[in-house]
Design a protein around this ligand. Sequence first.
Ligand SMILES: Cc1ncc(COP(=O)(O)O)c(C=O)c1O
Length: 480
Amino acid sequence: MSEEKSYHMTPEAFRRYGRAVVDWIADYYDRIESLPVLSRLKPGQVRAALPSGPPVKGESFEKILKDIDEVILPGVTHWQSPNFFAYFPANASGPSILGDLLSSGFGVQGMLWTTSPACTELETHVLDWLVDMLGLPAKFKSSETGGGVLQDTASSASLCALLAARERATGYQCNEKGCVERLIAYASNQAHSSIEKGVKIAGIGRKNLRLIDVDDGFAMRPDALAQQIRQDREAGRTPFFVCATVGTTSSNAIDPLPAIGEICRKEGLWLHVDAAMSGTAAVCPEFRHIHEGMELANSYCFNPHKWMFTNFDCDCFYVADRKVLIQTLSVLPEYLRNKATESGAVIDYRDWHIPLGRRFRALKLWFVIRHYGVEGLQYHVRRHVELAQEFASWVEESDHFELATKPPLNLVCFRHQGGDEFNKRLMDRLNRSGDLYLTHTTLSNRFTLRFCVGQTNTEARHVAQAWRRIREAAAKLESE
Ligand SMILES: Cc1ncc(COP(=O)(O)O)c(C=O)c1O
């Protein structure tokens, strides 16, 4: 034992409190269904319960944990409740939480292969596995021209795709001189807002993002895309990038990749595919049609942190030609030079994303894949889709509710026939009840409820109970 004065937690205390925290989490999952899904706190309530300044003297861990119960827990919206049907899920699981804990325990920073070979090689390996697991084209594998990398989010992945596409289109001159050409990007008017954000950050300019019309099923219209590209070329602008979405946020629409990809190939445009939530569905062979046309894509991303039972944050980003991405993002200062990099035999993931530093994210994803196996992942994804489709059939059979669009996978968009105001009040009432949490969107200018089945522990009884609650709340509102 060291004689030096220290404020650090001793290994013995770490062991004791570590067990207490794991127990706390296990108890939390045991009782999560008894907690209101959407936090009921008012703005400022969490801060009001905290001291105005930090403690000068360290506090006991017991006291800290007590505040988790008393101050933090009431201010948590329970994304891991099986009654969470809002947005898209950010689902967690036991193996993933433990993998994340180990990642914290190692505390490695894997910016270079040499700063932790396992951090890089496990990531490369797991991302190659996923190419096969999702039936993606082999060109996305590290053994071919491309490769995959873990990013924090789909927003970052799409930004990297935009940057690589920008540099490819300008012969890497934007990186050198700044953008002089009028580059034009395309996505459907249903694409996620992260594309607009990416276009702003990448210096393309929001006015140079064309939001293409969609068809009756809210998927991008390839004819409208082709026409817009033609108009832009005629006006002397430089089309360079198309983002197609597999599973839009509003309605889960799936853009027609084969036709969009063909246009991109002919026009020499970079095709990026954003499958943030729905990509996971392709783990089941019967849903792999969502990736049809992917051989025409230059890049692809999906989020295991949405539907593959892997804790936030975890996005898999693939490129078909890694050289373009690396040339776009690489900067090599003297202090990062090392023999392994110079040998050319290793991957340095710092060149594959925006930040330099990176944590050991692959551990949690590896734990998930090994714990569930492909079979386990398929079982739960398939079950979620079945439950969502069953919910959709109840909506269809109901006299008071209707589907806003046919659900392709696990997101049901529906509404009560009572109109926008009625649906808003219905949603607020349901969410206030704490029994479930669902959110909304606008489709065809009408307020639409979204019900997404994707939380790790959601079972048939939760979906059935939600439908009961929705009908009861609507009946009450009708009678008021
Ligand atoms: C289709 C789509 N793309 C991108 C995103 C952004 O995801 P992230 O939070 O990983 O940036 C979302 C989020 O729901 C999404 O639905």
